[in-house]
Ligand binder design. Structure first.
Ligand code: CA
Ligand code: CA
Length: 302
């Protein structure tokens, strides 16, 4: 299996990016990812003034997917996420939801033993996820630092981006130009203090293409749901975007009038917060697959 090393990374998703590796549809490959600090934090007493802030959120890639053309959808199946045996979490004054109450910088390096992270003696089962994953944005959309989530993906920090899930991205550039990084061994929805359990990983992926169909926001498919992952300047903006796209999928996939799709969404669709600490907020609208199958959702896309 091809292994794409974590030594070549990007810090910005742009329309024009030079790819570093090529993969084919249906090929299985491994991507080595760095933690969001590029492994700079190895010591709980390290002064944060020593941190090189230019090396935050590295994403391995870009990876060129053969045959991907603008106007297609790139499908990315996450087969497995293997993480190292320790991760970093931290808090800073003025960071996160309760930044006004956080008076000191604190770093914790947590060991992972038998699939559990240990925090002050509490054993927390890990559930590894990918924080940053995306493709080249449109030319009009400009440049996106890897710290920011948007229509191309990026720092979506969504707990459902984990092994067994399949992601769908709009392709805006030849080869799609996939890049990923910032795995978390665990994270709660919201990521309220600004970090998950930040950790290097080895992510096994398989990619495929859906030709001549496009979507506005990335989708995350789990066993039971297909989720619209939308971001905005506020949680309210993200909720509006995710809901609007999800209702359109219900309308077009089921051939309903818009008002019926809207009511059906209100009856069956969950809005979940992904994260509220990045430069844009991310929310997912979770459509149960027993209400709208993935096949019907894709069929409804013009
Ligand atoms: Ca992140
Ligand atoms: Ca992170």
């Amino acid at each position: 299996m091809k292994v794409i090393k974590g030594d070549k990374v990007i810090y910005k998703f742009t329309h024009e990016m030079e790819y570093r590796d090529k993969v084919k549809p249906n090929e299985r490959f491994i991507v080595e990812t760095n933690d969001c600090f590029f492994q700079q934090v190895q010591d709980e007493d390290m002064p944060m003034s020593k941190l090189d802030y230019d090396c935050l959120n590295p994403a391995t890639g870009p990876i060129y997917v053969e045959g991907a053309e603008p106007g297609d959808i790139l499908k990315v199946k996450i087969i497995d996420i293997e993480v190292e045996d320790k991760g970093v979490t931290m808090t800073f004054p003025n960071e996160g939801v309760l930044g006004d109450q956080a008076t000191q910088t604190k770093v914790r390096i947590l060991p992972i033993e038998d699939g559990h992270a240990i925090f002050h003696g509490i054993k927390i089962p890990i559930s590894p996820m990918v924080g940053v994953i995306g493709v080249a944005p449109t030319k009009e959309d400009g440049e996106w630092p890897t710290a920011t989530p948007w229509k191309h993906g990026g720092n979506m920090d969504t707990t459902d981006i984990k092994a067994g899930s399949t992601l769908y991205f709009p392709v805006h550039q030849e080869g799609a130009l996939l890049a990923l990084g910032d795995c978390h061994a665990i994270m709660g929805d919201g990521e309220i203090c600004f970090t998950g359990l930040e950790i290097p990983g080895k992510v096994t992926l398989e990619v495929d293409l859906i030709k001549n169909k496009t979507i506005k926001w990335p989708l995350v498919e789990t066993e039971d749901y297909i989720m619209v992952n939308a971001s905005g300047d506020t949680v309210d903006d993200a909720i509006y975007e995710a809901s609007s796209e999800a209702v359109n999928f219900l309308k077009n996939g089921l051939n309903f009038e818009w008002e019926d799709a809207y009511m059906l969404a209100s009856l069956t669709m969950d809005l979940r917060i992904s994260q509220v600490v990045d430069p844009k907020m991310t929310v997912r609208a979770c459509i149960p697959k027993n209400v709208l199958s993935t096949e019907d959702l894709l069929k409804g896309i013009k």
